[in-house]
Ligand binder design. Structure first.
Ligand code: FAD
Ligand code: AMP
Length: 477
């Protein structure tokens, strides 16, 4: 293996591995360095997303949803009753682990197939064109690589609360919360954001009493208000105990439990738990990445500063994904990776930050793209709104799931779609059509004149588009 490359990518998460693959497709001699190990001792590609993020959390959401449905006679209306439903937690977790192994292994295979060199180790940038590969355990450098270009894709790590330190056993981060060996009786989650809600849902479905303590007074403040209201109603109905305006300050460990102290309405409260998940957000990960004399600029929160073409303050070095901030999403990281690989290969590249879908994989699922009604009002933009409940859609009835609605916001003069908000069955899949419509600068009329197959859930988008001009057909206007 030569030490000289066109491109060195540091980090093999969805940002880095996708950048490396695209660069190789474009003929760049590429190496990707990653320091992560999987459950065994083997290096594991795929970053946070494949190892302890998107994929394992979705595996657990899927399994736990099946369990709850059988456990609560959720199929009774279909004429199917169940008896003797049992939870085999080691097997459920084992399935998740196997899936992670399969997919992380798949990236090694893709690297080989595309001629991307893959090196295990910690990348340390020692000059604008040089990266030292360091053994993460000993801290000793093993080799120095050179390249014309470097992409930093080192991602993020869970944020901790100063007086609630992680201990890997009772006070844990989102990674450890994917691996409980038994279902905790009382589970408290700090933070009712996307990760807190998804993990809280998994363990509630498997039998925990779950309390979410959220500092903000509003539920899901980044979501459309009507959607957030509906989501909160559904989650409370399912048994999630959501306390808003509850700011956690500290947690004290007793022998068998944890006492969590929080303030709410200027009063002091406590909550007792067997396990405590801290899910208060993630921070950029740049530990051991930069040499002390590096001139790569970081902002006040530790994110790497980049220009609109993802260049850092050192022109040969780019940065993408969670480490540069913005929405901490795998698909955002990957698209930035593709864009930067194409720029380095001499192509033009741009990314539609206005059309990045956000999804919460709870039940009901929540998905949106573009701006909310509140954001449009605050920006003084006039818009029309069309919404339709899933109860108006035949396929939702066949599914036995008519919870939620689709809402489309379109410019009042141009009719251009400015935002689409969905809560309900398969919202995560349905949002794709809305993203495409926005990417093509489509109007609500474009959606309204597009033929949607019947009977499908996508008809909810069609009807919501018709509703923008008060001409929905399957509800009384
Ligand atoms: P990462 O995936 O964090 O990858 C960075 C990699 O770089 C890591 O493997 C790290 O070990 C390695 N690294 C760091 N420093 C060095 C170094 N110096 N040398 C070598 N290697 C280094 N996003 C979604 O879009 N959808 C979801 O459903 C979703 N669910 C999530 C669920 C959970 C529980 C969590 C925690 C996150 C979830 N996310 C989801 C967020 C998503 O995982 C991240 O946005 C995404 O992984 C960011 O990709 P990245 O490539 O920037 O960084
Ligand atoms: P997200 O940014 O989606 O990962 O969500 C993290 C959530 O944690 C946000 O909604 C924060 O308001 C919340 N949060 C942050 N610090 C605290 C705290 N000390 N107590 C309770 N909630 C918090």
């Amino acid at each position: 293996m030569s030490n000289s490359y066109d491109l060195i990518v540091i980090g093999a998460g969805p940002g880095g591995y996708v950048a490396a693959l695209r660069a190789a497709q474009l003929g760049l001699n590429t190496v990707c360095i990653d320091s992560r190990k999987g459950k065994g001792t083997k290096p594991a590609l795929g970053g946070t997303c494949l190892n302890v993020g998107c994929i394992p959390s979705k595996a657990l959401l899927e399994s736990s949803e099946h369990y709850e449905q059988l456990q609560t006679q959720g199929l009774k209306s279909h004429g199917i009753t169940t008896q003797g439903v049992e939870l085999d937690l080691p097997r459920l977790i084992g399935r998740k682990n196997k899936l992670v192994d399969r997919l992380t292994g798949g990236i090694s295979m893709l690297f080989k197939a595309n001629g991307v060199d893959s090196i295990y180790g910690q990348g340390k940038i020692v000059s604008p064109t040089q990266v030292e590969v360091v053994d993460p355990l000993t801290g000793k450098p093993s080799q120095t690589l050179t390249a014309d270009h470097i992409i930093i894709a080192t991602g993020s790590e869970p944020t901790s609360l100063p007086d609630v330190p992680f201990d890997g056993d009772r006070i844990i981060d989102s990674s450890d919360a994917l691996d409980f060996s038994e279902v905790p009786r009382r589970l408290v989650v700090i933070g009712a954001g996307v990760i807190g809600l998804e993990l809280g849902s998994v363990w509630r479905r498997l039998g925990s009493e779950v309390t979410l303590l959220e500092a903000m007074p509003d539920f899901l403040p980044e979501a459309d208000r009507q959607i957030a209201q509906e989501a909160k109603k559904q989650f409370i109905r399912q048994g999630l105990n959501i306390k808003l305006g509850a700011r956690v300050a500290s947690a004290a460990q007793q022998k068998d439990e944890i006492t969590i102290s929080y303030s709410s309405n200027q009063e002091h409260h406590t909550e007792i738990a067997d396990k405590l998940i801290v899910a208060i957000g993630r921070r950029p990960f740049t530990e051991s990445l930069l040499s002390p004399d590096s001139s790569i600029a970081l902002d006040d929160n530790g994110f790497i500063v980049v220009d609109p073409q993802w260049r850092t303050s050192v022109s040969s070095i780019y940065a993408i994904g969670d480490v540069i901030g913005g929405p901490m999403l795998a698909h955002k990281a990957s698209e930035e990776g593709i864009a930067v690989a194409e720029l380095i290969a001499g192509q033009k590249a741009a990314l539609s930050y206005d059309a990045i879908p956000s999804i919460i994989y709870t039940s009901p699922e929540i998905a949106w793209v573009g701006r909310t009604a509140l954001q449009l009002k605050n920006d003084g933009i006039q818009f029309n709104e069309g919404s339709i409940p899933f109860a108006a859609i035949g396929r939702a009835h066949a599914l036995g799931n008519t919870t939620g609605f689709v809402k489309i916001l379109a410019h009042s003069e141009t009719d251009r779609i400015l935002g689409v908000h969905i809560i309900g069955p398969q919202a995560s899949e349905l949002i794709g059509e809305a993203v495409l419509a926005m990417e093509f600068q489509g109007s609500s009329e474009d959606l309204a004149r597009t033929i949607h197959a019947h009977p499908t859930l996508s008809e909810a988008l069609h009807e919501a588009a018709l509703a923008v001009e008060d001409r929905a057909l399957h509800r009384v206007n």
